[in-house]
Design a protein around this ligand. Structure first.
Ligand SMILES: *Cc1c(COP(=O)(O)O)cnc(C)c1O
Length: 408
């Protein structure tokens, strides 16, 4: 998007504001499907938790995507956005049996990631097909290629527990229709990903009635210059041919599923904030924006680097700035960042603000969560209003106190 368009959005809808470029979401979606065009049945299930605005969900549904969800509320958002229940997969972690049953009742594909719930669910509902989430214990280890790790990860059923898993399936007579893994953001290296996939194929051989194998996500997108990015095209080539070979041996054409969040929406998002104060101290120049970790927590939570630019003065002389927020807490977006000269009132842009940004926003310091805008067909569409004071108080019950009585 052009800086004039972004400045107009800040002017029209105020700041801070999240802007999502629908064209970028679409091109990422098409890039992913093109990379796997050799696979007959490909299913992309967008991970709703990255960015769960209903208009964004609807846009992805129209592209042909399914939906990956981690709570019954995300399932409900998906249904509101128009996804059919059978195009939603539920991959929660540590949720109650009751919630899983409620979601299954809606006709959504269930994915179970622990043996306790698997046994209970299988005993009660042997006829409802279930996908199982495997933890292959694979992660990238430094710059050597493969190491066995994450033995204490809370996600998935350990591959070492397969014998117990098989016993539960046999005892309950339940129906396993999918095998799943999601190794998180650990996997950068395609060979590591393929290695984990082999473990999944090996596990899959134990089940005769599979419909799909779900390879999760963990695709990397670049945040700053020089960042490595998952080479989707190369992964597509290698995994597709291995998958097709597996299906040949298995004797059935299975569906290859993925559930990317970040890959589809991260780069489509730009966060706009206005500079309230430029503050010169003895050690640095602070640019203080009308935001903080209440709106964009990733830099403070994960140390993630979001590129910052001053679109109000793009050709100014570059200086070093510490970009911080207005929250009464350390909320540093960036340290010693080279940005063209900042004046109070300027609009700064933060890149890669599509995934895990708005969805992690809070009301800390009793501030409103920002507005969201979708840039679609060369037009800015407001897809979520900024909150108002009423949003802060609407669930509160204010009780009466007896002024004369002292509590002790
Ligand atoms: C969060 C999550 C994803 C999406 O991960 P990204 O890194 O955003 O692609 C996929 N699958 C599951 C089960 C998840 O919890």
């Amino acid at each position: 998007m052009k800086k004039e368009q972004l400045l107009n959005i800040a002017q029209e809808f105020g700041s801070p504001v999240y802007v999502y470029d629908a064209y970028k979401i679409e091109s990422q979606y098409k890039r992913l499907t093109a990379a796997f065009s050799n696979v007959k049945n490909l299913k992309i299930n967008y991970a709703a938790k990255a960015l769960s605005n209903i208009s964004v969900l609807k846009f992805l549904k129209n592209l042909g995507s399914g939906l990956d969800t981690v709570s019954i509320q995300e399932v409900q958002l998906g249904l509101v956005a128009g996804f059919k229940a059978q195009n939603i997969i539920f991959t929660p972690n540590g949720v109650s049996l009751e919630e899983i049953e409620e979601v299954a009742e809606l006709g959504v594909q269930i994915n179970i990631d622990n043996l306790s719930i698997l046994e209970q669910f299988g005993s009660k509902h042997p006829d409802i097909p279930v996908c199982i989430r495997i933890n292959p214990h694979v992660m990238a280890g430094g710059n050597t290629n493969i190491s066995v790790g994450h033995i204490d990860s809370k996600f998935g059923i350990s591959i070492h527990q397969i014998p117990h898993l098989l016993r539960i399936v046999e005892n309950t007579n339940m129906h396993i229709n999918g095998i799943h893994m999601h190794t998180g953001s650990d996997i950068l290296d395609i060979d590591v990903f393929l290695y984990a996939s082999e473990i999944l194929f090996e596990t899959a051989k134990n089940f005769r009635n599979l419909k799909f194998i779900d390879f999760g996500s963990g695709f990397k997108v670049p945040y700053k210059k020089g960042d490595i990015e998952t080479n989707i095209e190369e992964l597509g080539k290698k995994l597709s041919s291995r998958f097709n070979e597996f299906c040949g041996n298995y004797g059935k054409e299975l569906t290859l599923a993925f559930e990317p969040g970040k890959f589809l929406v991260s780069e489509a998002g730009i966060f706009l904030a206005k500079v309230n104060v430029v503050k010169q101290t003895t050690s640095t120049v602070f640019a203080q924006v009308d935001s903080g970790f209440n709106h964009l927590i990733r830099p403070m939570l994960y140390g993630s680097q979001h590129e910052i630019a001053n679109i109000s003065n793009p050709d100014g002389r570059e200086r070093f700035y510490s970009v911080v927020g207005y929250i009464c807490e350390t909320d540093t977006f960036a340290n010693n960042r080279r940005i063209s000269e900042i004046n109070e009132g300027d609009i700064l842009t933060f890149k890669n603000a599509g995934a895990y940004c708005f969805t992690m926003a809070s009301n800390y310091n009793s501030r409103y969560r920002p507005a969201e805008v979708l840039w679609y067909n060369n037009e800015a569409h407001l897809i979520r209003k900024r909150e108002t004071f009423n949003d802060l108080i609407k669930n509160q019950e204010v009780i009466e106190f007896d002024n004369k009585k002292v509590v002790n």
